[in-house]
Design a binder for this molecule. Structure first.
Ligand code: 13P
Length: 255
């Protein structure tokens, strides 16, 4: 049985003050529950300037923290970039790779995404590989080929073994921040496709790989999404900034 994962993606939100309040509320609501049972893992992916603050507040907590991006390079003259070893320095365990906002707004190619995935793996971080189609791609009937291309780029660089311990997040671009959620059936179909595609390379690995859904996950739709057989939790944007919402989503993943 795969352990569920609920990951918050704070994106470019937060401040020293609001982080302090949000994390204290999450600890109060979730620490005891997470300690008592291991059916759920909870993670927050925070903006880089707050790593030290988040590390300090979550010290001793069962809530893990991660980053939203990483450089594909180890070190060097890459102004503005952050390396995997820097993330490690602050106790980050996870890193989002190839979020659609990075692919769409910052031109990250499948090739760069694959290189970043590999950099994370080499440093011992857990990559959360984001894949997903645009509305136009869905309406043109090419959803599966888009997902296949995004997954295959990573397979080419890291091989199927790169997916051990990794997480895949299916985030249809049309559902991100729009209030439009994929229906449980729509999401399940793509999750099953991802698992089946990877199982062609290694059935055992595909069976234990966690594939989480992202795109307007809220407290009131989380339970029906998480009830689907191939949906192993959520990657949550806006609702992860509101403690009551995020906690309710985590509770939906435990039920
Ligand atoms: P929303 O939950 O705000 O739609 O964002 C989803 C997302 O992009 C998480 O990475």
């Amino acid at each position: 049985m795969r352990q569920k994962l609920v990951a918050g993606n704070w994106k470019m939100h937060g401040s020293l003050q609001s982080n302090q309040i949000l994390l204290a509320q999450l600890r109060e609501s979730l620490d005891a529950k997470l300690g008592a049972q291991s059916r759920l893992e909870v993670l927050v992916c925070v903006p880089a300037p707050y790593f030290a603050q988040v590390q300090s507040i979550l010290n001793g907590s069962s809530i893990a923290w991660g980053a939203q991006n990483v450089s594909q390079h180890k070190s060097g003259a890459y102004t503005g970039e952050i390396s995997a070893s820097m993330l490690q320095d602050f106790g980050c365990r996870h890193v989002l790779i190839g979020h659609s906002e990075r692919r769409g707004m910052y031109g990250e190619t499948d090739f760069e995404v694959a290189a970043k995935f590999q950099a994370a793996k080499m440093a011992g971080l857990i990559p959360v590989l984001c894949v997903g189609e645009t509305l136009q791609e869905r309406e043109s009937g090419v959803t599966e080929s888009v997902i296949a291309r995004q997954i295959d780029a990573v397979l080419e660089v890291s091989g199927i073994d790169g997916f051990w311990q990794a997480v895949v997040a299916y985030e249809p671009v049309w559902a991100i921040g729009t209030g439009k959620t994929a229906s449980p059936g729509q999401a399940q179909a793509v999750h099953a496709y991802i698992r089946q595609r990877l199982s062609q390379h290694h059935a055992g690995l595909a069976e234990q790989l966690r594939i989480v859904y992202g795109g307007s996950v809220k407290a009131d739709n989380a339970a029906e999404l998480f009830a689907m057989p191939d949906i192993d939790g959520g990657l949550v944007g806006g609702a992860s900034l509101v403690s009551a919402e995020f906690v309710a989503i985590c509770e939906a993943a435990c039920s």
